[in-house]
Design a protein around this ligand. Structure first.
Ligand code: ADP
Ligand code: MG
Length: 599
């Protein structure tokens, strides 16, 4: 077979195979062109998912007749003025999109150059056959109409999904670009239905438009800068999480990208707060100097390469962690929403305007006050705040605070229910704290900090506590003696199969030491030989805190409860337990009023 140069049309069709994978990809290229043209308003219309027709109209700088004719030629671009692939300031640069789309469809571009007195012109490309520009009517900007996408490449046509799916793809493409360009007004109409109408807005408002109210209310702002690189955006606090990472948006120099490095960095930043199968919602913008990133690695420009990926990763992890720490004890508002919904379950219907005096729906509270609700009101005296029998203040290594009348975010403790939950009154509502989950988190954060600052404070036992184990378990513990010491637990061998505990972490107290040590031995067995205990700190803390002083089922007195609340307020990440579940729920007075139909 003789070797030959392929005809232009075939080249463009081959390029279209890469660049224009599906209607949404064509939309992405056209909308990016409109953004590059400095538009403030971009209107997108599609029919049947874009397959039968799509129109992108903008109010950008436009093109004159000569430019129009060139725009549809292969490798013709206005965006690399100095032939410089390093400092790319635009979304486009390959000069491939228009000729590729034109090669596989019927495309008409109408445009009017902003500078210059000329009229508008239009040009048509039908399956690669280009017409001459002819005068046309258009007030300003550019309008690109594409009909019968892929009609010239029937093989590709077969791979299109249902119009619904393709419409959804188009929507996602526009949403992504709209996040990166909040000051541009975007509109998407599909088969005469308006799917998106996003007026120019601040970034926060734009994210609310797209990612929802929940996200906007429960996200912290990210703002990090290092060596000319900048990371900005918003990230959800951990209690607002999802079962997929599909709500994680990432942009490099204004370009939406999907990047494994970033997904890994986000996972690393949230590792301490979320279970493995949960993912935070977030939207991050990284801007890096042109010479440190290569955007020219993918025909559809969906991937980038960083010169120093470790640095970028570090910056993302650091920026996220810093911002999350600033969220302090905040737990997401959705927690309260969910609580309200469960109160308003069928067992306790929401107020519907009627007074249901004779049908109290308290079934789900059965046993809560010590006896089932029996049709008549009764009151049971709550234990006095200072007289909680069995409370041992000295077990809790947290300083009691006497005056709780101040305006604390988590309020003043009123009582404890079921020896598990603390009820506190705040200025404008009430807070319910899961004392065990909260304490576990406090212990973990405390230990992390202590470790970073050179060690965990230990408390010597007056008499060593002897724990009998089997020999293998005792050996496993002794093999980790030095590591355990760093974590505050000092042990020695006490004959075969026994351990003498000499010192314990000061913040844990020493109740139930026997069980703690046994569980630690089990933990260590499950970590394997090589895993450093520090890497498993979260589990170790859970184990220690689990048998430590403030666990579920332990009576607390008022001072202890208030001390716990104050500590939560001061400890980063205390709004969620080590698995991303909330440690407390807040109900505002107006929420409570809603429950009782007062609002
Ligand atoms: P690229 O965007 O990579 O330059 P395209 O094939 O997408 O390549 O576009 C070719 C050229 O056509 C652009 O460089 C630009 O000059 C011009 N162009 C395309 N779309 C528009 C538009 N909406 N408004 C103004 N100029 C446009
Ligand atoms: Mg382009």
């Amino acid at each position: 077979m003789p070797i030959r140069h392929l005809p232009e049309l075939l080249i463009n069709q081959i390029a279209a195979g890469e660049v224009i994978e599906r209607p949404a990809a064509a939309i992405k290229e056209l909308v990016e062109n409109s953004i590059d043209a400095g538009s403030s308003r971009i209107d997108v219309l599609i029919r049947e998912g874009g397959a039968s027709a799509m129109t992108v109209t903008d109010d950008g700088i436009g093109m004159n007749a000569e430019e129009l004719a060139m725009a549809v030629d292969r490798h013709a671009t206005s965006k690399l003025p100095d032939n410089d692939l390093v400092h790319i300031a635009s979304l486009g640069f390959r000069g491939e999109a228009l000729p590729s789309i034109g090669a596989v469809s019927r495309m008409t571009i109408t445009s009017r150059a902003r500078d210059g007195a000329e009229d508008a012109f239009s040009i048509t490309v039908d399956a690669g056959k280009k017409s001459r520009p002819v005068p046309a009517a258009l007030a300003s900007g550019t309008k690109v109409e594409v009909r019968d996408l892929f009609y010239a490449t029937p093989a590709r046509l077969k791979f299109l999904k249902s119009p619904r799916t393709e419409t959804q793809n188009v929507r996602e493409v526009i949403e992504r670009l709209a996040m990166a360009y909040p000051d541009v007004h975007f509109k998407l109409t599909a088969d005469d239905k308006i799917l998106l109408d996003l007026p120019s807005a601040s970034l926060h408002e734009r994210l609310r438009q797209i990612m929802g109210r929940e996200f906007a209310e429960n996200a912290v702002e990210i703002n990090a800068e290092r060596d000319g690189k900048k990371l900005t955006g918003y990230a959800a606090i951990p209690t607002l999480n999802r079962g997929t990472n599909q709500y994680q948006y990432f942009f490099v120099n204004g370009r939406p990208v999907k990047d494994r490095l970033v997904i890994g960095a986000v996972r690393g930043a949230y590792m301490d707060f979320l279970a493995h199968d949960r993912h935070p919602m977030l939207c991050l913008f990284l801007s890096v100097p042109g010479e440190e990133v290569d955007v020219n690695v993918h025909p559809a420009k969906a991937e980038v390469r960083f010169q120093d990926s470790a640095l970028v990763r570090g910056m993302i992890v650091g920026g996220l962690k810093h911002a999350l720490a600033s969220a302090g004890h905040r737990a997401s508002t959705t927690v309260a929403d969910q609580t309200l919904q469960s109160f308003q379950s069928p067992a306790a219907p929401a107020w519907n305007g009627e007074y249901r005096q004779h049908q109290p729906a308290y079934k789900h509270l059965k046993g809560m006050a010590g006896a089932p609700y029996a049709g008549t009101y009764y009151t049971q005296e709550m234990p006095g705040l200072d007289a909680a029998p069995g409370a041992r203040a000295h077990d809790v290594d947290i300083a009691p605070i006497q005056d709780v009348s101040e305006d604390y975010p988590l309020g003043a403790a009123c009582t404890q229910v079921h020896e598990t939950y603390i009820v506190a009154q705040t200025r404008d509502g009430l807070v319910l704290v899961d004392q065990h989950a909260a304490h576990e988190r406090l212990v973990y954060e405390h230990m992390k900090k202590a470790l970073a600052n050179g060690g965990i404070a230990r408390q010597p036992l007056l008499l060593p506590e002897i724990v009998e184990l089997d020999e293998a378990a005792a050996e496993r513990l002794l093999a980790r003696k030095n590591e355990l010491e760093e974590l505050g637990l000092v042990i020695d061998s006490f004959g075969p199969g026994a351990i003498a505990v000499q010192e314990v972490p000061a913040l844990l107290g020493h109740s139930n030491l026997q069980q703690t040590v046994r569980d630690l031995a089990d933990d260590i067995a499950s970590f394997g030989q090589t895993m450093a205990l520090k890497e498993k700190l979260e589990e170790i803390c859970s184990t220690m805190a689990c048998h430590g002083s403030v666990r579920a089922g332990r009576r607390l007195n008022a001072d202890e409860m208030n001390a716990l609340l104050r500590q939560m307020e001061q400890t980063p990440h205390s709004g969620q337990c080590n698995h991303g579940r909330p440690t407390y729920v807040e109900l505002k007075l107006h929420d409570i009023e809603k429950l009782f139909g007062r609002r």
